[in-house]
Design a protein around this ligand. Sequence first.
Ligand SMILES: NC(=O)c1ccc[n+]([C@@H]2O[C@H](COP(=O)([O-])OP(=O)(O)OC[C@H]3O[C@@H](n4cnc5c(N)ncnc54)[C@H](O)[C@@H]3O)[C@@H](O)[C@H]2O)c1
Length: 436
Amino acid sequence: MDKFKTLEKKIKSKTAVIGIIGLGYVGLPLTENYVNGGFKVIGIDSNPKKVNALKSGKSYIQDISSKSVKSLIKTKRFFPYSDFNKISDMDVIIICVPTPLRKSKDPDISYILSALKEITKRKYLGSLVILESTTYPGTTEEILLPELSKNNLKVGKDFFLAFSPERVDPGNAVYLIKNTPKVVGGVTAKCTKLAALAYKSIINKVHEVSSPTVAETSKLLENIFRSVNIGLVNEMALLCNRMKINVWEVIEAAKTKPFGFMPFYPGPGLGGHCIPLDPFYLSWKARTYDFNARFIELAGEINGNMPYYVIDRIFEILNSNNKTIKKAKVLILGLAYKNDINDMRESPSLDIFKLLVNKGAIVEYFDPYIPSVEIYEKKYKTIKDDYKKFKKYDIVVILTAHSKFDYKEIIKNSKCIYDTRNAIKTKRKINKIHKL
Ligand SMILES: NC(=O)c1ccc[n+]([C@@H]2O[C@H](COP(=O)([O-])OP(=O)(O)OC[C@H]3O[C@@H](n4cnc5c(N)ncnc54)[C@H](O)[C@@H]3O)[C@@H](O)[C@H]2O)c1
């Protein structure tokens, strides 16, 4: 039987072994879905600490409980490893490794390259390789395809290759893997067919496109769309502040239009592993085509400046209370990059924390999701939810609108509040509360 038919049969009968490389925010939920969907899953992570945690039934990701990890292990269909030799046992190999930026804002695909090296060192004849990591258009066909085709292996015949972007939204209880449509683009029609089949086993709707490049670009468009719209509304916030117009009220009003408008909200800056980084993957690639992606760069500039704007506003507010930033007692509320999660990757709160420390402020923070943080090699622990003690701070700065915060207590006990998220909604104006 040819390799396509063999793999097709295995996926349909759920006897295909699914391999997940990179068991993080993307790889672990995917693992959970495949195991619960009846497949055997081999997960490989280069971090042995994570593998040991999983083996002992512990989760390190908020959206997946330790109870759920324990039940995955109990099925005897989930095998976490840090040993790459297990790649030879995989029928479908899904790569979910990080894709950060270098300091120069150029793509860093070194994690993809190292995962790829581990695959090509081993037997992958007859397997389907899918890249899920967000990356620039062309990565699958320009980087993965030539390496996997070495030794005269033919794509679509000896092995199969596709790109399928991940859309997981940490903390989102409504849209999970199953009910979020998945885009799939294979190098050949057979590659697309197999990849679509593999995802249809666990996801309600799969959208097939003509190539990996289209799939790669569609992911970037989605995230650039968010970055540009957030950039626009952040600029509106700066202008509204100058003109003394309440930007939040403006958005609420515009939002009543039932068509042609979608609300985005300003804030202290972009965070998370995706929106602040992904757009630059495309602008970098665009430059190799002598094309300047201006919207991406402009949005990046406006959003990247928001932490500095927040610092200027803190200066201004303290000044209006006859205080200086130096030695001012500042309490930051929220280090996570968005509400109700414990992820602080790229969080603007960290930039603002550092800037305040640099200016000589005495900074403390409160985040029920983040027990401690290291800023300039100094360890800070979150303060407890003892709101009465808020009186001692010169300013309380809300950077993440966690729903666990008791806003009534915050208002009651704080001398001065700077709310960058419009977390406090009061009918009457309270003079000590300052908005973005
Ligand atoms: N987090 C999100 O919300 C999200 C959403 C959509 C897409 N993505 C994309 O998915 C990809 C993964 O992101 P993530 O948030 O899961 O990252 P993560 O850091 O949470 O997880 C990646 C995992 O890969 C492991 N790893 C690194 N190199 C490896 C290697 N060579 N072999 C095996 N394991 C390796 C790391 O130890 C880590 O556990 C990125 O490209 C990201 O842009 C992330």
